[in-house]
Design a protein around this ligand. Structure first.
Ligand code: ADP
Length: 379
């Protein structure tokens, strides 16, 4: 997919972001203009990325956008057609360079965990150690250390089939951490767990990775997970990154419409921008980036609220715009309302059930984003 210039947020540059790690000497992993083609499919279309020491970077994107291919390229499990990857200050793949996977200081936690069923927990973890170290007597000590780090002391002699899903995940993490790699790659590591356990295991995993000071790239297709886990989030689409930035910027100030709609629910209302502000049917708003002319202004459902209006369409508030409730969807903690403004535009508002309004009722819609809003040049 190519990105049209109009689709970019008005001033924010894509794929660079505002994090200071862009180009720092402390970058442990540097991916430069990496391309990878499988037949007709361009899986990686010139991907670049920098990850700082101790940083946890999440990569999120729809299925098939190249996330696993990028991890496999970093780990040395697939070749690349062009570009260069540097891990721990050493070029591991690039023009004329190929370091085999076992000689890259890169640990991987795979989606299916890939534990060896015939090896005990201790032997699975020891398997992650480089050959000379695996044979050395010191390896028992390192195995004990990492099992302690992941809270699995006492499980050393068990076999994978004697462990719960969450415990298996801890062992896979211990195996990846054991050789103290420069970078740890996690490819959808929680997707085999049910939702409740997933949050618990995720929190524990992040805690362990932070305690180990590990530099990590974490791949997920779950937007909420990416925002919760990452110091920065890279949003991928069709073989390239649309935005790499801190979670708050990715969510509140998306660089492209794709990012806007991929990382959360988003609606757009027409606006006319004049510098730092735009006039919209909901009243004036402050923009995250200055703009001029016709724009689409983004609101997420939780940033929109409403109040009832009386039978004569009189409302208490002067700001906002009148609308009719077209659809109501109960979501548990909140109720999502689809609202049609009197000018015909639609947007959604998610409110607690105590403030819900029935289908067909008239309401006064008021934006309440709590921060300057993103706007995109109208196409
Ligand atoms: P993601 O991890 O984001 O779901 P992948 O990196 O697995 O995406 O795949 C990116 C694209 O490359 C997809 O279109 C996929 O079908 C294709 N692809 C991945 N691996 C291979 C392969 N070994 N042979 C052919 N096509 C592949």
């Amino acid at each position: 997919m190519t990105r049209s210039a109009e689709d970019l947020a008005l001033t924010q540059s894509p794929s660079v972001g505002s994090h200071p790690s862009a180009g720092s000497a402390d970058d442990v992993l540097v991916v430069e203009s990496v391309r990878k083609r499988y037949g007709d499919v361009l899986a990686l279309d010139g991907v670049s990325l920098r990850v700082q020491r101790g940083e946890l970077l999440s990569i999120v994107g729809p299925s098939g956008c190249g996330k696993s291919t990028l991890l496999r390229a970093i780990a040395g499990l697939t070749t690349i057609d062009a570009g260069r990857i540097t891990a721990g200050g050493r070029v591991v793949v690039g023009p004329g360079v190929w370091v085999p996977p076992e000689r890259r200081a890169v640990g991987v936690v795979f989606q299916d965990l890939a534990l060896f069923p015939h090896l005990s927990v201790a032997d699975n973890v020891a398997f992650g150690l480089p050959r000379p170290r695996r044979a050395a007597s010191g390896n028992r000590q390192r195995v004990a250390e990492v099992l302690d780090l992941v809270g699995m002391t006492g499980f050393a002699e068990r076999y994978p089939h004697e462990l719960s899903g969450g415990e298996q995940q801890r062992v896979a993490l211990a195996r990846a951490l054991a050789p103290e790699p420069d970078v740890i790659l996690l490819d959808e590591p929680f997707s085999h767990l049910d939702r409740n356990l997933r949050v618990q295991v995720r929190e524990h995993t992040v805690q362990v990775l932070r305690a180990a000071g590990a530099t990590c790239v974490f791949v997920t297709h779950d937007q909420e997970e990416a925002l919760a886990v990452g110091d920065r989030v890279a949003v991928a689409s069709a073989g390239h990154f649309e935005q790499v930035d801190v979670p708050e910027h990715v969510f509140h100030n998306p660089a492209t419409r794709f990012v806007a709609t991929f990382v959360g629910e988003a609606d757009f209302v027409t606006g006319h921008a004049d510098g730092a502000h735009a006039a919209t049917p909901l009243g004036p708003v402050t923009l995250a980036s200055p703009a001029q002319g016709a724009v689409d202004v983004m609101f997420r459902p939780h940033e929109v609220t409403f109040e009832p209006v009386d039978a004569d369409d009189r409302q208490a508030r002067r700001d906002g715009a009148n609308a009719v409730v077209r659809k109501v969807e109960f979501r548990g903690a909140t109720v999502l309302h689809e609202l049609q403004l009197d000018d015909g535009e639609t947007l959604r508002a998610s409110v607690p059930h105590t403030r819900s309004a029935p289908v067909g009722s008239r309401v006064r819609v008021v934006p309440d984003p709590g921060h300057p809003v993103a706007a995109f040049r109208r196409v």
